[in-house]
Ligand binder design. Structure first.
Ligand code: GRF
Length: 222
């Protein structure tokens, strides 16, 4: 890619994932530009973080839209206008319908090892509480391509952490979050380098290329 990858970030709440991306862009570890931040709630603290960083923001309040389709149309129109190469869900708690021109160009990060502890209702502390209540010995995070279901599309990468004997949901969340901070930028970088190849549900990570690809993104159908 001959320009920093242009990201549209979708969020609903605190924006800690957004902050991680901003920090990595600022310190030069991630060659990217956040073209727009779109929030589904007016009280999302992520909006404050974006404004502080000088990133354009738009509120697309979920409650002002009836159907998923009209809500999604508005979001992806904004992503198109922002010329986003990739849309990153970052603590985005709404279902969207992904239009054809964005298939394979929307990622999500989830704070568990999908397909465990994911889907509707599994967000924030609920995820880590469920892991502890179940008695799982490992947890982690997953970056995946988004499809039209919660936490469901093809998995790009996962990072594993141990569940420790004395964990509560906060200590576990913190351990998982540290891995999220590595995983999302890593996945974005692989995408920008055109190194993600899709075959069915499998995402293969290709070795680094000698020649940079003219067009970034995913190889093969989504
Ligand atoms: C992260 O745990 C991420 O995995 C999930 O939402 C959390 C971040 O939310 N998708 P936020 O950015 O702090 O609002």
């Amino acid at each position: 890619m001959d320009h920093p990858i242009r990201l549209a970030v979708l969020l609903s709440a605190h924006g800690s994932t957004l902050q991680n991306l901003l920090d990595r862009i600022n310190d030069g570890r991630l060659w990217a530009q956040i073209a727009v931040v779109i929030a589904s709630r007016a009280d999302a603290y992520g909006l404050v973080r974006a404004e502080r960083a000088g990133v354009p923001t738009v509120l697309v309040a979920r409650k002002e839209f009836g159907a998923v389709a009209t809500f999604s149309d508005r979001i992806f129109t904004l992503c198109r206008e922002a010329k986003a190469d990739l849309v990153c869900m970052a603590g985005f708690l709404q279902l969207v319908r992904i239009p054809d021109d964005f298939r394979g160009r929307v990622m999500n990060i989830h704070p568990s090892l999908i397909p465990a502890f994911c889907g509707q209702g599994y967000y924030g502390h609920h995820v880590h509480e469920a892991v502890l209540a179940y008695g799982a010995k490992v947890s982690g995070c997953t970056v995946h391509f988004a499809d039209n279901q919660y936490d469901h599309g093809p998995i790009i990468l996962q990072k594993v952490v141990p569940v420790q004997e004395d964990d509560d949901f906060e200590t576990l969340a913190e351990r998982v979050y540290r891995q999220e901070c590595q995983a999302y930028p890593e996945a974005i970088k692989l995408f920008a380098e055109g190194r993600l190849e899709l075959e069915g549900r499998r995402v293969r990570v290709l070795p680094p290329r000698q020649e940079p690809r003219a067009n970034p993104g995913v190889v093969g159908p989504v």
